[in-house]
Design a protein around this ligand. Sequence first.
Ligand code: B12
Length: 470
Amino acid sequence: MKVKFILPALLEAKSPFWRPIKYSLFPPLGLATLAAYLAVDDAVDLIDEHVETLRTDDEPDLVVIQVYITNAYRAYAIADQYRVRGCYVALGGLHVTSMPDEAAAHADSIFLGPGEETFPQFLCDLRDGRPKRRYTSPVRTLDHVPPVRRDLIKRELYLVPNSIVVSRGCPHHCDFCYKDAFFEGGRGFYTQRVDAALAEIERLPGRHLYFLDDHLLGNARFARALFDGMRGMNRVWQAAATVDSILRGDLIECAAQAGLRSLFVGFETLSQDNLRASNKKQNLRRSYAEAIARLHSLGIMINGSFVFGMDDDGPDVFERTVEWAVRQGITTATFHILTPYPGTALYQRMHAAGRLLHSDWSRYDTRQVVFKPARLTPDKLKTGYDRAYREFYTWFNIARGALSHVGVKHQLKHFAYAAGWKKFEPLWNFLIKTRRLPHMLPLLESILSELQKTKTRHQTTDRLEEPGSC
Ligand code: B12
């Protein structure tokens, strides 16, 4: 069977928001995971439209398309083109799960929830000539997942080819998150077996890893065993975790010893009322400053995530948040405009209150206002959000953030990362567009490796001073 996997993208020509640096970050792991269920004699092609040109004049037997909210219309257009020519089209992913009837109009089969159980079942049904129109995944386990088909990933096209996920979902239930809708009817958080996760890490070349798990510290037992296994692997890595998990026990120290160098933390808001209203209990009454100090003491850089437009946010929220983040020495900040994804509790609340402005999914990208805020106009929210990004990344604030760290090494690292990410974006874009990325990656890898050597020496001394810490 000839199978084509496609991750559609917002196209440059159509979107003023196209940022090559952002869209060339990670390869399509979800599709490479599904491809592992094919037979050895199936011919497979995996195209990621974020980084390469998609041709649709071929005639595969099966076309598998992953649908996010903002690529939904593009995904449907591609699906329609293939169906006209008689190719079998399967649509799945987050947006298909939230809007199954909308997606079904463009597919032969649709898939709700994660694909590890339903996709292999569908392949058997298809080969038997009786595929179903709709597959729903009630079984949640990663115990028997075959190794991700990394051979299908064109590593040279990505800034971070070594992305990896060793769990699915998250133990929490924030009302704005896609997670509860996607994992409905089964477990909302589960992990791989530790030995399988370690084997997947071993298979990745180079030193640097990026865990895309929503909350890598979400299951303390699993995380501790994983970090134990990773010690001595000589890896440096990034991940995401919550404020409460940073403050609890010594898991974060174990992560640092296993090579954690930068953490994505969902602070989201400085308002306790906002936290309560959005059910973000894991942040309530937790000291953000204490969590930050702890990460910095371990030499871990912070990518802080913030959401603007919650009901307690007034006109001063932008300046206050940026000032706070700079003073705390947060290295990189990701700001979002609150976006009610269909299927979430937030969406239902906004819909019931008549506060949604439209349902043009291509604009549900967390950079545009799609609802009526309570204490701001949509225009004030948009301009405040744009200003927050500009302000956080002024040279002045990058320097202030860097100087808030103790020690020249940490100050330089902060400066290099914050400036490197935002201030040199045109250079990154040039390298990506002119396909010079493959020449740059070995250089970056050796810079990281030098940082790692300094850090390992530093940590060995720390460990000798604090015996039995992990
Ligand atoms: C990496 C990533 C990206 C990458 C690209 C995606 C990629 N290369 O895969 C980049 C950086 C480009 C990106 C961009 C954006 N992203 Co993003 N991204 C992620 C992230 C962190 C990881 C994705 C991943 O690899 N997951 C792990 C794999 C194993 O899971 P999966 O991809 O979901 O695939 C599984 C299932 O979905 C299912 N499945 C998927 N497709 C199909 C198809 C079939 C037929 C079947 C059977 C099953 C199936 O099976 C797979 C295995 O279980 C997720 C958060 C998350 N933890 O998932 C956010 C996430 C997907 N992104 C999100 C958003 C909003 C965006 C942006 C709009 C953000 C922005 N402001 O720009 C853009 C838009 C991109 C676009 N073109 O539309 C939201 C999506 C919300 C929604 N309801 O759709 C998420 C969930 C983040 C969040 N918490 O809000 N993103």
